[in-house]
Design a protein around this ligand. Sequence first.
Ligand SMILES: Cc1cc2nc3c(=O)[nH]c(=O)nc-3n(C[C@H](O)[C@H](O)[C@H](O)COP(=O)(O)O)c2cc1C
Length: 422
Amino acid sequence: MTQETDTTKQDVLAGRNILLSVTGGIAAYKSCSIVTALRKRGASVRVVMTENATRFVSPMTFSALSGAPVQWNMWAERTDEALSHISLQDYADAMLVCPATANVISKVACGIADDLMTAAIMAATYPVGFAPAMNAHMWEKPAVQENVALLRQRGYWFVGPEYGRLASGAVGGGRLSGQSALLACIERMLVEEKPRDIDLTGCRVLITGGPTREFMDPVRFLGNPSSGKMGFALADAAASSGAQVTLVSGAPASAGEALGFGGGFEVVEVTSAAEMLEAVRNRLDDVDVFIGAAAVADYSFVQTSAEKLKKSAETLHVELQKTPDIIRSVSESPQRPTIVVGFAAESHDVLANAEGKLKAKGLDLIVANSLLEPGSGFGTDTNRVTVLGADGFRSDLPLMSKYAVAVAVLEEVARRLEKSSR
Ligand SMILES: Cc1cc2nc3c(=O)[nH]c(=O)nc-3n(C[C@H](O)[C@H](O)[C@H](O)COP(=O)(O)O)c2cc1C
């Protein structure tokens, strides 16, 4: 995370030129949806394929999805639309090799440039990332691991692979990262100068996410439109960085799975603020990082009914009571985690209100966002946030996917954990 980055209300992907390089792995078909997702966010996409990739997905499919010619043959006749490995430099703001085969990773590590894609990577003046996907045994081979380490050392970006169900049906490491993580990698390539790894191996991370519902009777409740996306994104990104993650969520685990998150973390489903507090308290032992991203209802009903209330009176007066302050209770607990992070979604005076919460609740970091800004707030896929630290730290992030925001927050958390352990 860079300090004092430029603030822009435009989506970080909008108007950017992305090269998607597809290699010959079984996950090549998943890149089709990446093209669509990038274009939906306002990016222009051109697809380069290896010749072997064309055996898995037809170039015609990518051409139709990207709205641009697809290239794989370095020796094809030049047309006005076709770009050479050199002229791709003028086009691209970033390239993601997705999926990246063991073969292409190893070729690039050796400096081989015998087709359009590898020649373009060799000539690249833009950031290049790899999203490896392969059989678990292939991924674990020293040749692949050493070549990945070499490429990381040379400043190439990597996203994944993930642990999970592979094409063969076996479960292991080597599955292509999910769409959110892939897009977040491209976003980070566009805003950060160089790749920084977030290593949370051995850390216990407890996260709250989603809404709470305060029921008055079996069918009526006070709540809010939070989808839980931010909590799921944080949990997924923390788990992908090696942490042991528990998400206490007001949104059901099935909502996270439907959004493409999950697998590597535990979800504890709760309904009310009181249940959320209890679930958090019961799990605070040995937690290193607590992140409170839930949209907790501020009030609950004093009187509740086990039976559905009849609609009889013209007006209804109800008494409300404040719900518990979960983040404050974690921050003031004798088992306080090393780092406590809060979220502040505000409709006005966003930074002043967030700063007030940061101090009043004794937090280390607070992630502030406006509920009224287009592309931010409840239910959106994106968010534009400012991260504030109790020590005066401030980072204004551009409009990014919630997953990319999660990664940026975790990057700062990891930096602070490392500092505190020195
Ligand atoms: C059905 C099938 C699936 C394959 N899946 C993968 C894969 O997921 N990852 C991988 O690294 N190689 C995979 N391979 C092997 C590659 O296709 C092979 O190494 C090829 O040379 C890669 O070419 P490229 O890197 O130039 O695209 C697969 C091969 C076949 C026949």
